[in-house]
Design a protein around this ligand. Structure first.
Ligand code: PMP
Length: 395
């Protein structure tokens, strides 16, 4: 007879026995809005985190052709060498510095997982923007790293979101492994100035930290002078993506650039996790990208940004966001000077079929909310009308 099976005595019946590392991970506040939307008829959806347009036809054709031509197998882990080379050329042309190497990833999300796993040890610190995209915090915590936040909120209502470099410098220590940058920003739409980017990199360089830069919204930059940490950081991991620019978030395509030593580790980890970025879409981008002209989309989105900024009630103190497709207006103040809570405000919006995201989904503060202007103009205008009614109701 074989050895007796280990006794299950003492274990809870069928209850999930999850690892400790996932205990602090709660579902995203944005997902909850998605679920709400599924139950609504004809909602005004300004909660969405993807462009409202379909991908360019050249790209769709190239993807179909790649699939038909049998480009459905694995590629090498780092992705097609010609696509890697093109990305590096592009980065060099834009920022005057050529990163050592490039890796195609499964979206920027894939690049975030790989870079955090390869850089963060338990006890290391990562400095994240507040407000900031929800994923960063959880991925850092999974690595056992400590998260500290640097503040992006305006100094006074109606002023721009900004980085307080002196405060950031005071937070940086030898424990700081990553200073994280996201410009243009989700959820604020803020684009950091060249001086801010340069200042952040100077601080990171001084304390020996990596700058990990999420540049997924770089196409949607309405400020004249966009700059990237690639140009200034001694150790920069740049994460770029295709989801937003080309309207292909379901394709799961992104890239990372940076120094060979870190990118090699990320490549090895990719070998044992994602394996490679989706092959047919790599071929599609390689083939079609040079033929795509998206300037009309850029003009369209700048117009949507202007439509929202010009027409939103002054109670929201909105200043034109400089990039991405989000605005982060403040919650209206009530007659007694108090601010209405984010949940109450979003619930009131939902009663009018408007979906927006409370600021606290991205922040430790509950003072703002996120509006996405990635919608048809008439839907955007209907949303603005609801918000303006709410401003009068709450003020
Ligand atoms: N970073 C930011 C700031 C985002 O808003 C998103 C998507 N909402 C991502 C990364 C993830 O993008 P991807 O589809 O490339 O994984």
């Amino acid at each position: 007879m074989g050895a007796a099976k280990p006794s299950a005595a003492g274990r809870p019946g069928n209850a999930a026995r999850l690892a400790d590392r996932v205990r602090g991970i709660e579902p995203s506040g944005i997902r909850r809005i998605f679920e709400l939307m599924a139950s609504m008829e004809d909602p005004i959806n300004l909660s969405i985190g993807q462009p409202h347009y379909d991908p360019p036809p050249e790209l769709v054709e190239a993807a179909c052709a790649a699939i038909r031509a049998g480009k459905n197998r694995y590629t090498v882990t780092q992705g097609l060498p010609e696509l890697n080379a093109r990305i590096l050329d592009d980065v060099a042309r834009r920022y005057g510095r050529r990163p050592e190497t490039c890796l195609l990833t499964a979206g920027v999300s894939g690049g975030l997982v790989l870079s955090f796993q390869c850089l963060l040890d338990p006890g290391d610190e990562i400095l994240l923007p507040d407000p900031g995209f929800v994923m960063y915090r959880h991925l850092a915590t999974l690595c056992g790293a400590s998260v500290r936040y640097y503040d992006l909120y305006p100094e006074a209502p109606g002023e721009r979101f900004r980085v307080d470099l002196a405060a950031l410098e005071a937070m940086c220590s030898e424990r700081t492994k990553i200073v994280f940058v996201n410009s243009p920003s989700n959820p604020t739409g803020c684009v950091l100035t060249r001086a801010e980017i340069e200042g952040i990199c100077r601080i990171a360089n001084r304390c020996g930290a990596y700058v990990v830069s999420d540049e997924i919204y770089d196409f949607f930059c309405f400020a004249g002078d966009y700059s990237s940490p690639v140009a200034y950081a001694d150790r920069c991991i740049q994460l770029g993506g295709y989801s937003k620019t080309y309207g292909v978030p379901g394709w799961r395509m992104g890239y990372a650039t940076g120094p060979v030593d870190v990118l090699d580790a990320m490549k090895t980890l990719q070998q044992f996790s994602f394996v490679c970025a989706p092959a047919p879409f790599q071929y599609a981008l390689l083939e079609a990208e040079p033929k795509i002209d998206l300037s009309h989309r850029f003009t369209e989105y700048r117009h949507k940004r202007d439509l929202l900024t010009a027409n939103l009630h002054p109670a929201y103190g909105l200043r034109a966001p400089e990039g991405a497709f989000y605005a982060f207006p403040q919650l209206p103040r009530q007659a007694d000077g108090s601010t209405v809570g984010g949940d109450a405000f979003v619930a009131a919006a939902v009663k009018h079929k408007l979906l927006i995201v409370p600021g606290k989904a991205f922040s430790r503060r509950d003072t703002h909310f996120r509006v996405s202007f990635a919608a048809e103009d008439d839907e955007l205008q209907r949303g603005i009308d609801v918000l303006n009614d709410l401003a009068r109701e709450f003020a």
